[in-house]
Ligand binder design. Structure first.
Ligand SMILES: [Zn+2]
Length: 104
């Protein structure tokens, strides 16, 4: 996975240690040559690539990232994609629950 976001290496290591599965659907990450859909991708919880904080940067699978796109988190959680996969504000990773608690 290329790091195209100007994320420092120490920060990337910290996030990778925290997010070993998709923060949304919980899928364990795979190498992209095995499955592109379950490969890790960088997620900006608030869609602003200038906000590089441990609260705003997470790793999610390419499937969730593609589905979420530019949607606001609360809007995306109502989508068919999330309903089909039973992704709810209760099922997501703690970092996402925190974002929801902060009003996203
Ligand atoms: Zn996912």
């Amino acid at each position: 996975m290329a790091n195209n976001w100007n994320i420092p290496a120490w920060f990337e290591a910290e996030i990778r240690a925290r997010d070993k599965d998709c923060v949304y659907c919980g899928t364990p990450f795979t190498l992209s040559k095995i499955s592109k859909k379950s490969a890790a991708s960088w997620e900006h919880i608030i869609n602003d690539e200038k906000i590089i904080t441990r609260e705003n940067i997470a790793l999610c699978c390419c499937g969730c990232n593609a589905s979420k796109g530019q949607k606001q988190l609360s809007v995306w959680l109502q989508s068919k994609y999330c309903k089909e996969r039973e992704i709810t504000e209760k099922s997501v990773a703690p970092i996402i629950k925190q974002a929801i608690a902060n009003g996203l």
